[in-house]
Design a protein around this ligand. Structure first.
Ligand SMILES: Nc1ncnc2c1ncn2[C@@H]1O[C@H](COP(=O)(O)OP(=O)(O)OP(=O)(O)O)[C@@H](O)[C@H]1O
Ligand SMILES: [Mg+2]
Length: 275
């Protein structure tokens, strides 16, 4: 499938995070560009996989400006300026972030939380209500509309958090394990949401982590494996990118999951086992 790449949307250089004397991630470098396909609005879907504790969530927190990295920088396209090539350092709030623990406001019902997510949007009260109700219905949350987080199931909380980010995010959205704890129907809802987001603007970029390698290979057009690198024959104990798979280059992006995808899944699993 033909495609070109244009503006840089995400630029991560020499990123490291150290907690106390423990280096959690180090030497993280990658670039993601706007993918352009003729006759198609193509946002970016980027997956991060890797074994537990290798630093995916830490990387996400640093990438979204939630924690300050020990070294390195994260640049995103500055889509507020006229020139399309301007880049700016990421600040907390620039990139929507759905935490792995998907914390919701304790004192807000599902409806109130979503209304709060829309607070900066120029929409009338009625438009906001209609938007929220249509999401709640599509995502099977209409019944839970007036419930508080403590009265929701894990999957309901998760879906509320994802909708919240869809409503308030700009072009970037980072989701830490958006598929964990969801049933088959909910997984389809999140997949549909990915599609909706990426087909609504060229610059829209979804970055997610998952332990479901098949879901990474099925949905992403770029996949990074975070693991412990082997340096001079010895396994280090900090996380970094140990493999990058460009599904576009492999001619496997934007296609139904097939035998070639299964091969990629096998490769990734092998890499993970050694890192
Ligand atoms: N605030 C913190 N202070 C100290 N160490 C931390 C902190 N946050 C994370 N760590 C450590 O950093 C390492 C990476 O954790 P992280 O949550 O980023 O991994 P992960 O790849 O997201 O794992 P999982 O797949 O289980 O979610 C772990 O060893 C963890 O104990
Ligand atoms: Mg994590």
């Amino acid at each position: 499938m033909n495609y070109n790449t244009h503006n840089t949307l995400l630029y991560v250089e020499d990123l490291s995070v150290v907690y106390g004397d423990k280096t959690v991630i180090k030497d993280v470098n990658f670039v993601e560009k706007d993918v352009v396909r003729e006759g198609n609005v193509t946002g970016q879907v980027i997956a991060f996989v890797g074994r537990s504790g290798r630093g995916k969530s830490t990387l996400f927190r640093a990438m979204t400006g939630l924690i300050k990295p020990t070294t390195g920088k994260v640049l995103i396209a500055d889509t507020t300026t006229a020139s399309e090539n301007d880049a700016k350092e990421v600040n907390e709030g620039d990139i929507g972030f759905v935490d792995q623990k998907y914390t919701l406001f304790r004192n807000k019902t599902v409806y109130e939380a979503l209304l709060f997510a829309l607070r900066k949007k120029e929409m009338t009260k009625e438009e906001k209500h209609t938007t929220i109700m249509s999401y709640l219905t599509d995502w099977g949350l209409a019944q839970a509309k007036d419930q508080y987080p403590c009265e929701l199931s894990g999957g309901q909380r998760q879906r509320t958090a994802v909708i919240e980010q869809i409503l308030c995010s700009g072009h970037y959205m980072v989701l830490d394990e958006p598929f964990s704890g969801l049933d088959v129907g909910n997984i389809e809802d999140v997949k549909k949401a990915f599609n909706l987001i990426t087909s609504s603007h060229e610059f829209n970029t979804i970055i997610y982590s998952t332990h479901d390698i098949e879901l990474a290979v099925e949905l992403a057009d770029s996949i990074y494996v975070i693991g412990y690198p082997t340096i001079e024959g010895k396994k280090a104990d900090y996380g970094t990118i140990v493999k990058h798979i460009d599904m576009k280059e492999l001619n496997l992006a934007w296609k139904d999951f097939g035998l070639d995808h299964i091969e990629v899944v096998k490769q990734i699993k092998a890499t993970m086992l050694n890192s």
